[in-house]
Design a binder for this molecule. Structure first.
Ligand SMILES: Nc1ncnc2c1ncn2[C@@H]1O[C@H](COP(=O)(O)OP(=O)(O)OP(=O)(O)O)[C@@H](O)[C@H]1O
Length: 347
């Protein structure tokens, strides 16, 4: 894939706050990329720098290999959809969508054709004469999308695009965003703090921590092979157990368990996903644990068990429906997992 945008050692400070710390990133043409991170990790700052609303203190931003630091936002083939949508309340839907085209000097007739096509793309044919306040939240978001797409950007930046939508709309809108991305061929870069959203939508995900990229890769790789404790915990649900490498594998005192697998000498913790742990009648040795079920929560597909281990730590175990009736609160259980599912973490 050809690189569209490259950020090299981008640093940005706000007074004493280091928002971006010599961050490197390459976005490929036509990819769906997610910047995932907690509050204050630098996601919005990076998006604003790419859009041109903010200037980095140092570092380079290259589009097709050419520095664009001096290019004003409107002259970049980049468009940003804000979380607030930022629609003009006094303008009709069609005029909102036409706004950028008119400013760019596109003739009225051509603008009208492109606006109609953009509204059709987001399934808002026939809504052109309405005002923003006559639309639902989801429809307002589509107008904002149409307004961005009508400019035919090569790169579309989306700040928490699903953030303001209710649960029912989020899934549908997510699929629609992906369809639009494929149709237009533009690269999409989405900022989100929601790991499910990032994993579901993006071709590649960068996890940000303190203005740096903690890990970058395809969703499945990040989910199954987190590189650090931060990433494992941030992606949610994984068990992270501290300890140290030993002769037999990895000894975790807090678990009272020995983990066997591909353990390097510098391993400081291991991650183990709840759905990889099985409840069995009996087992002994590494990669097994004996514990007591402290609580159980039915979730539809599975039951989440909280199992207190001998060392005191609590392990989250997803007990699949197809494995039969789950153990109940207070039951003593034996757990086991495969060596392949033990993920060694070096930091
Ligand atoms: N204009 C500003 N003035 C001062 N500090 C700022 C400014 N913008 C951002 N910061 C600080 O820079 C850091 C990164 O902020 P940023 O908005 O990029 O984070 P974020 O990951 O987008 O967070 P959130 O998910 O809460 O929006 C934070 O510590 C923030 O307080």
């Amino acid at each position: 894939m050809k690189t569209l945008l490259r950020a090299e050692a981008i640093t940005k400070r706000f007074g004493p706050t280091l928002a971006l710390d010599a961050l490197d990133l390459a976005i490929a043409e036509g990819e769906f990329f997610a910047l995932l991170g907690g509050s204050g990790s630098g996601k919005s700052t990076l998006l604003r720098i790419i859009a041109g609303f903010e200037t980095p203190d140092s570092g380079r931003l290259l589009l097709d290999g050419t520095e664009i630091a001096a290019t004003p936002p409107w002259a970049r083939p980049i468009n940003m959809m804000f979380q607030s949508y930022a629609l003009f309340p006094h303008l009709s839907v069609a005029d909102n969508v036409a706004y950028g085209l008119r400013r760019a000097g596109v003739k009225r007739a051509e603008a009208a054709t492109r606006v109609a096509a953009a509204l059709a793309m987001v399934h808002l044919d026939g809504f052109g004469t309405r005002r923003p306040h006559q639309l639902s939240g989801g429809q307002r978001q589509r107008v904002a999308l149409a307004r961005s797409l009508v400019m035919r950007p090569r790169l579309l930046l989306l700040d928490e695009p699903l953030g303001a939508l209710d649960a029912g709309l989020r899934e549908r809108t997510g699929f629609e965003l992906r369809a639009l991305q494929r149709e237009t061929g533009a690269a999409f870069v989405m900022v989100t703090h929601d790991q499910e959203e990032a994993l579901a939508l993006a071709d590649r995900v960068a996890v940000l921590e303190g203005g740096r990229i903690a890990q970058l890769g395809p969703p499945r790789a990040i989910y199954e092979r987190p590189a650090t404790r931060f990433v494992a915990r941030f992606l949610g649900a994984a068990n992270v157990l501290e300890g140290r490498a030993a002769a037999e594998g990895f000894d975790s005192a807090e678990a009272g368990v020995t983990f066997a697998g591909a353990i390097a000498p510098d391993t400081v913790a291991v991650a183990l996903r709840p759905e990889r742990i099985r409840v069995v009648p009996s087992a002994e040795g590494p990669n097994t644990a004996h514990g007591v079920v402290e609580d159980a929560a039915f979730r539809g597909d599975d039951t989440l068990l909280l199992v207190r281990l001998p060392g005191g730590a609590v392990l989250r175990v997803a007990h699949a429906e197809e494995d039969g009736a789950p153990p109940a609160r207070g039951d003593a259980v034996t757990l086991t997992w495969d060596a392949d599912d033990v993920v060694a973490l070096a930091s």
